[in-house]
Design a protein around this ligand. Sequence first.
Ligand SMILES: Cc1cc2nc3c(=O)[nH]c(=O)nc-3n(C[C@H](O)[C@H](O)[C@H](O)COP(=O)(O)OP(=O)(O)OC[C@H]3O[C@@H](n4cnc5c(N)ncnc54)[C@H](O)[C@@H]3O)c2cc1C
Ligand code: SF4
Ligand code: SF4
Length: 413
Amino acid sequence: MNDMRPQDSALTAPPVREPVERALCTDCGVSRLEDPKACGRACQFIQPDYPAMEAKVHGRARDASRPDELHFGPFRRMVRARLNAPRNGAQWTGITTRLAETLLEAGAVDVVLTVAPDPEDRWKPVPVLVTRADGMAKVRGMRMGYAPLLALIEPVRERGYKRVAVIGIPCQVYALRALEDELALDKLYVIGTPCSDNTTTDRFHDFLALLSDQPDTISYLEFRADYQVELRFDDGTVKTIPFLKLPISKLPPDFFPLTCRTCVDYTNVLADITVGYMGGEGDQWLLVRNETGEELVSRLGDEVTLSEPGGKGKRKASVAGFITNTERAAGGLPLRGMPDWVRPLVAWLMPKIGPRGLEFARARVEMKASETVLHLRRRETARMKHMIPDHVWRLVEPYGLKPEPGERKSADS
Ligand SMILES: Cc1cc2nc3c(=O)[nH]c(=O)nc-3n(C[C@H](O)[C@H](O)[C@H](O)COP(=O)(O)OP(=O)(O)OC[C@H]3O[C@@H](n4cnc5c(N)ncnc54)[C@H](O)[C@@H]3O)c2cc1C
Ligand code: SF4
Ligand code: SF4
């Protein structure tokens, strides 16, 4: 058992087992359960069935005839949102942790499963059980890396908790939903965030070291929707770097593991509510997916300002350019091929002419879908048929990416 540290009365990190090594795996925690074979029925990298899971969780699968569902999965409504009193230490305004906090305050759940910063490395996520509302302040913010969140299913069972909330990224949420019936809970709330381009915490430290000569003082990093990376430092300094001026060419080609280049669920379609930013034009972006998601938003009452999401620009050229660069990079990182002298010009232009708001979110989802196809085709062709859901093929079709024989499940069967 690994003792993963943070302990106080509001928040505990129970010890978890060692993982079982698997080929495509983000250590969501299932392989650390007493029965690691549960991975076979839980893993999004083995044989996911998104239409069936969406129907089970939301009452219906995504409906491509409804605006934006092909891209973002089933939802009842989509809103821009911000907490009127942004929380200290939150990644954006703190809606994600505030939602869970309201559940604990109201006594609607016994426990929240999420990740806290490791006391010795603030960027390393450690799975924790939060049982008091004041514990949520300690888990705010984004960390880079993988945390075996679902290993906490066992301590939850042992302690007899029956009303549970989970904050998770998509690969964790897929496995959670796949095992949900076995957990026999009275109530489960799933608060999801989008996720893309994750990597190991060690690798992330290498990236920070390229961005500053004092990387240990970086307290915050975000890839904003205005094409800037925002860095905050312990002394209060804030620095922004345009995406295209990032030192990508200095990163190793396998900086992002194959899992995160090929996972097919950017927007966390099996969560009750997805809390992100990429369709929010500077605010947060909520996808309220079902009745439980509506209940969660209503708990925020007048603490939150909601408005209609909008969008500007056209994504087609950006996505097509990204696909060309990804193909050209032959498995490496897409922006490596751009000549240095072009970068500052394009970096200046992108926020002005590039897609924004919902159009930016659609562009990112299409880019990720194309990465899935291109990287699996290069590295794991045999998995394509099982790993790529039909909607991903539909997203990339307008860019001329079509399944080759044996690559698509529905076309073959
Ligand atoms: C690796 C990664 C990539 C992301 N990429 C995108 C993206 O491309 N587009 C987008 O719209 N949103 C993305 N997000 C989500 C985004 O960063 C914000 O977390 C989200 O918008 C919520 O902001 P908030 O202020 O409400 O969060 P907060 O209230 O600060 O809460 C954040 C919650 O996320 C949990 N968390 C932090 N790090 C991790 C982790 N590594 N694994 C699991 N849970 C974690 C925290 O424990 C906390 O519960 C990403 C998140 C992660 C972890
Ligand atoms: S990601 Fe989770 S379910 Fe998939 S193989 Fe790894 S531990 Fe198992
Ligand atoms: S990018 Fe996908 S596979 Fe990687 S951590 Fe995020 S949800 Fe999991």
